[in-house]
Design a binder for this molecule. Structure first.
Ligand SMILES: Nc1ncnc2c1ncn2[C@@H]1O[C@H](COP(=O)(O)OP(=O)(O)OP(=O)(O)O)[C@@H](O)[C@H]1O
Ligand SMILES: [Mg+2]
Length: 236
């Protein structure tokens, strides 16, 4: 198992957000995480990504065990294990596509020359080989998100955490991102795993599996139960 979350809890003051989350993601799996606004999806991603400490429970990611450690003691998880993709891309606006990807590698200690080579590779992989020197302003929203995806996959991180990655994209670009995610996860040579938050059941249906975060716990879900639709597709 690549990623395993066991009995993870997290409260903010008296608000119990995560009440014992159990979930697993295998290598090569694309998993969609859904749930109402405020149900704790981003909180769960932040703990898995080593940005926030849980209160109790455990996370195993490859050879790493954490979950209740503070961000300062999981630096290696952030550097080597997880890549992030956000709704609003988080690109540096004055840097070219290749530099946006390379800088992330340089920050984790990769020498510049090598970082640029790896960045170019990653950008080719996401279909931006002909846009290496464009700055974000010169790219469409979908292309900017591809730069962010290249940044997330560069450096061979086994897990990508994507918090509403298509939230700022039009329908066609959103679908293209889903297709790219599928290719990256189902790659025969070097499959990665993606845990992706989305509110859109259509986009979620591109995943291998869906999880619903509800009342502080995750449950397996198919799209109908997640959206309150009964077997015939009617609203309940
Ligand atoms: N740092 C914090 N301090 C206090 N409360 C927080 C903090 N972070 C999150 N919360 C609360 O925890 C709950 C879960 O927040 P979270 O952002 O994880 O929800 P979400 O499922 O990602 O929602 P959305 O779909 O709107 O993005 C919310 O009620 C939120 O207000
Ligand atoms: Mg959120």
């Amino acid at each position: 198992m690549l990623l395993e979350v066991s009995e993870l809890t997290k409260s903010f003051g008296s608000l119990n957000v995560l009440k014992g989350v159990n979930m697993r993601v295998e290598r090569g799996e694309m998993v969609a995480l859904m749930g109402p606004s405020g149900s704790g999806k981003s909180t769960l991603l932040n703990i898995i990504g080593g940005l926030l400490a849980g209160d109790s429970g455990k996370i195993n990611l490859e050879d790493r065990a954490y979950g209740t450690r503070g961000p300062a003691s999981v630096v290696d998880v952030r550097r080597n294990k997880v890549g992030w993709i956000f709704q609003d891309f988080h690109l540096l606006e004055n840097l070219s596509a290749v530099d946006n990807v390379a800088i992330a590698l340089e920050l984790s200690g990769v020498p510049s020359v090598e970082a640029v080579a790896v960045a170019e590779d990653a950008l080719r992989k996401v279909g931006l080989g002909d846009r290496l020197n464009f700055i974000p302003d010169q790219l469409s929203g979908g292309q900017q998100q591809r730069v962010a995806i290249a940044r997330a996959i560069a450096g061979n991180r086994p897990v990508i955490l994507a918090d509403e990655p298509t939230g700022n994209l039009d329908i066609a670009s959103g679908k293209a991102v889903m297709k790219l995610f599928q290719e990256l996860c189902h790659d025969k040579e070097n499959p990665i795993s993606i845990l992706m938050v989305t509110h859109d059941p259509d986009l979620a249906s591109n995943a291998d599996r869906m999880l619903l975060l509800n009342d502080g716990k995750t449950e397996a879900s198919d799209i109908r139960t997640a959206w309150g639709l009964d077997e015939e597709g009617e609203e309940e």
